[in-house]
Design a protein around this ligand. Structure first.
Ligand SMILES: NC(=O)c1ccc[n+]([C@@H]2O[C@H](COP(=O)([O-])OP(=O)(O)OC[C@H]3O[C@@H](n4cnc5c(N)ncnc54)[C@H](OP(=O)(O)O)[C@@H]3O)[C@@H](O)[C@H]2O)c1
Length: 384
């Protein structure tokens, strides 16, 4: 760990944040005191290694310890418009490892294949220290997505071998089903994964965007480590559709994807933002139409306003809100910039009291979100 005159970088940042708070007005001091109480509560971060707090996804044999914030690799090659060249992406991934990130998320469909290739090239050398999680389910033929789902046992096995080769690994830390295949029951998928685990090819498994009922059925056959679904201040379905409650009850972890709402809650997107027509799915999402962006900017303004007196950016408010929801939640923001990586990881240096988060929620709930998160075809593939 980096030392600064006997003080770790994290302690240094914490002290600096505390000093900063002390220089502001009295209510801010009260908030820091309240925050210290909250830090010892149920949602306190579990362990701290290499300067980065850790959390555990899943329980028992399915337990998987990872950094409290992961890194979504997708946008480095796929769906987030222009990205830096491969050398710069590899350097940024190494910076993330250096800062203690141990959970990196990719998928076969990202690219397709280019994202796994990048993750393999950049991260294989750290395989004893970090984990790369990947996903099967979307059918990919000759390097192209077909738009269909394929989770037949033989296909899962083939995709597992292909992912191992691209990621340059002997075993996958975690293999998620990306979207459910309506033709293959969850029990059959779970049994295939259980077999791959026996063979040592897969360590943990998870499912994305599935219903509470599917989670229960799959978990009975092979213990799930995590569910990965969209969850952030502008999309909270998992709070009401039984998914988070089922995870809590069964001891399954939760990995919120797109935790900054695909960059929107970071405040760098406005109605004039042009998304690359060849490499950005945001232009297909109703919530990213100019009129929706214009209306929903009021929500970003609330996060910015909330963060202003606490020294937090809106991205940090978005991530901090997720982290305080439960100690088994691990968000995976993606970025192509060192400054954003550092900003996102520094979220862990802020401890706010439960009533402060309630205050934020009340302000956000008062502003209805304009536009659906997915178009009809994408929506059809979730919640099965
Ligand atoms: N399971 C699934 O179905 C599924 C679906 C989607 C995504 N995912 C996973 O979730 C990961 C993250 O999702 P995502 O990329 O859709 O959304 P995200 O993490 O919410 O947002 C990423 C976007 O936010 C910007 N950003 C990051 N940090 C920022 C900050 N501090 N301030 C302002 N902007 C910031 C990034 O741009 P810069 O590059 O400019 O920082 C990037 O365009 C993906 O990499 C993928 O692994 C899974």
């Amino acid at each position: 760990m980096e030392e600064k005159k006997g003080m770790s970088r994290r302690s240094f940042l914490k002290t600096a944040a505390a000093v900063g708070a002390a220089l502001t007005i009295q209510p801010a001091i009260d908030k820091v005191k309240a925050a210290n109480v909250a830090f010892n509560g149920e949602n306190a971060l579990s362990t701290e290694k290499g300067g980065m707090p850790h959390r555990t996804l899943g329980t028992g044999r399915a337990a998987f310890e990872v950094s409290a914030i992961g890194f979504g690799v997708m946008g480095m090659t796929y769906n987030r418009s222009q990205h830096p060249d491969k050398k710069q992406c590899i350097r940024l991934l190494h910076e993330a490892v250096e800062r203690g990130v141990t959970l990196f998320d990719t998928a076969i469909i990202y690219g397709p294949l280019t994202n796994e290739n990048l993750a393999g090239e950049a991260l294989a050398e750290f395989k004893d220290r970090i984990n790369v999680t990947t996903k099967f389910g979307h059918e990919v033929i000759d390097g192209k997505g077909t738009g269909r789902q394929d989770s037949r046992p033989a296909t899962i096995r083939k995709y597992c071998e292909d992912s191992l080769r691209r990621l340059r690994l002997d075993t996958l830390s975690m293999f998620y089903q990306h979207r459910a295949d309506p033709n293959v029951p969850a029990e059959e998928v779970a049994q295939t994964i259980a077999d791959l685990m026996k063979e040592g090819k897969v360590q943990h498994w998870g499912m994305c965007e599935v219903s509470a009922d599917t989670i229960r059925r799959a978990h009975t056959v092979c213990s799930l480590t995590a569910i990965q679904s969209e969850y952030h201040l502008m999309h909270r379905d998992v709070e009401t559709n039984g998914v988070l409650n089922t995870c809590r009850e069964l001891g399954i972890g939760f990995v919120p994807y797109s935790p900054i709402n695909r960059g929107f809650l970071g405040g760098c997107i406005n109605e004039y933002t042009v998304f690359d027509p060849t490499n950005d799915n945001r232009q297909t999402l109703p919530r990213f139409r100019p009129e929706a962006i214009r209306a929903n900017t009021r929500i970003v303004n609330v996060l910015q306003q909330f963060g202003r007196t606490r020294g937090m950016t809106s991205a940090q408010v978005a991530l901090g809100w997720l982290l305080q929801k439960a100690p088994w939640i691990v968000p995976i923001p993606g970025t192509t910039k060192l400054s954003h990586l550092e900003e996102n990881l520094c979220t862990l240096d802020f401890d706010l009291a439960a009533e402060e988060w309630r205050e934020l929620e009340t302000a956000v709930v008062a502003l209805p979100v304009v536009g659906d998160r997915y178009n009809a075809e994408q929506q059809r593939q979730v919640g099965r």
